[in-house]
Design a protein around this ligand. Structure first.
Ligand SMILES: [Zn+2]
Length: 433
């Protein structure tokens, strides 16, 4: 039996949590005499949250093990308070068959510091021409329920319609990376005042919004579930709000970086101008977009926070802007960024954070054993988080193989003290177990 002492579930009363056989067996008022047979963890000063669930992680294995592996990516996840991640399909080979998703699923079982749920590609090779074996991936040992060509948009409306129809058979969901390809050819950053001034090819908001509007209409037309990845514009928020007002089965995510950072960092930042650390897909947008995304996450228009953890080796990022890879690592800073953007601003309380970073992402991904409220009988997936400390982000301390964080040197609130996966600690005192 493990006892986790002196914690506040979602910031509530001080309690002790007892855990045995992977589940929560008792929650009692904190007792200074209480002890555990196997392990006693003092959680003084921490908030207990249900283990976080990420619907959007790039683990890079197979194919780009120089950037990340299932092992290092899930270590990074555990340090960020995550107990489950969905591994995106844009690996090499692409996760577009039962064989590849089972390979990733097995790697997760063998090396994972959290649960790994492979995402299946929507189209063969992410090529956007033929549907992948969605049914075979759903029936495989990996039991795939989330399908996405993330990194690329399923821009063919007929293919998107077929995918939405197909996944209904097994209660799956299509997660769209909304980027109209013709409108974003050669695009380098948000299209606006700053892209004009810097002479960089702009990435217009309409390229995202047009696809989202079309896909909401398609999902409604065929009566299927649609999930929209990484919303980045105020207009996208309006479209999702409209779709939800119609009662359509549409969910949406926002990344931590789109809740905090803006496109003017490309022009002027603590790490200079044109620093590719800020190059990301979709691009950082304007302050007005950030405000709209925060408000939408607070009022439930945007359902969840998803990291879009996108590790890249140094040589792919530390190059000139136009040649640099797009993406940022995010698992180890997500909760701190959400605290900074949403909790410190009074927009969300800890119950709201738990809903958007654990409960709802698990529901969208149809994960039975994750994202459950911390109650007796629930799986002991628990994150202990100290919101009172403030620390400078130090990428050299990351468990991730990659260091491409836009927060280096920034002081952010909060720290994950411990993470438990079905009662087994994966992180204690902030360190991997
Ligand atoms: Zn994407």
């Amino acid at each position: 039996m493990t006892i986790i002492r002196n914690v506040r579930i979602l910031g509530g009363e001080l309690v002790d949590i007892r855990v045995a056989d992977g589940a929560i067996t008792a929650i009692t008022p904190a007792d200074p005499q209480a002890d555990g047979d196997d392990l006693a963890v003092d959680g003084r000063g921490t908030i207990a949250l249900p283990g976080l669930v990420d619907l959007h992680t790039h683990l890079r294995e197979p194919g780009r093990e120089d950037a990340e592996t299932v092992q290092t990516g899930t270590q990074s996840a555990a340090r960020g308070g995550y107990t489950a991640v969905h591994a995106m399909a844009n690996t090499s080979p692409v996760a577009d068959t039962a064989g590849v998703v089972e390979q990733v699923w097995r790697l997760g079982r063998e090396f994972g510091h959290c649960d790994v749920h492979p995402v299946g590609a929507v189209t063969v090779g992410l090529q956007g021409r033929n549907l992948a074996e969605l049914g075979a991936m759903a029936d495989s040992a990996a039991r795939v329920r989330v399908f996405s060509d993330d990194g690329k948009c399923v821009d063919d409306a007929v293919l998107m319609r077929r995918a939405l129809e197909y996944v209904k058979a097994f209660d799956g969901v299509v997660a769209q990376h909304a980027q109209e390809p013709r409108l974003t050819e050669g695009a380098q950053m948000n299209e606006g005042v700053i892209s004009g001034r810097l002479g960089l090819t702009g990435w217009p908001a309409v390229a995202e919004e047009a696809i989202i509007a079309r896909d909401c209409l398609l999902a409604a037309h065929v009566g299927s579930r649609l999930h929209v990845c990484h919303l980045s514009t105020a207009g996208s928020v309006e479209i999702i709000r409209w779709a939800k007002s119609k009662g359509w089965n549409v969910t949406a995510e926002v990344t931590p970086h789109h809740l905090l950072l803006t496109d003017d960092l490309v022009e002027e930042s603590p790490v200079g101008a044109y620093n590719p650390i800020y190059k990301v897909n979709p691009p950082l947008r304007t302050r007005a977009d950030v405000e709209a995304l925060r408000a939408a996450l607070a009022d439930g228009t945007i359902d969840i926070v998803a990291t879009d953890h996108a590790p890249h080796p140094v040589e792919d990022k530390e190059t000139e802007w136009s040649a640099a890879a797009m993406g940022m690592v995010g698992l180890e800073t997500a909760l701190s960024v959400v605290q900074e953007a949403m909790v410190e601003t009074g927009l969300l309380d800890w119950a709201g954070v738990a809903q958007r970073m654990s409960v709802t992402p698990a529901r969208i991904g149809r994960l039975a054993g994750q994202g459950q409220p911390l109650e007796v009988g629930a799986p002991a997936n628990i994150t202990l988080y100290d919101p009172a400390v403030r620390t400078e982000v130090d990428p050299s301390a990351f468990a991730s193989k990659s260091r491409n964080t836009p927060y280096e040197g920034m002081t952010l609130p909060g720290r994950v003290v411990a993470t438990f996966l079905r009662g087994r600690p994966t992180v204690l005192e902030g360190k991997l177990v």
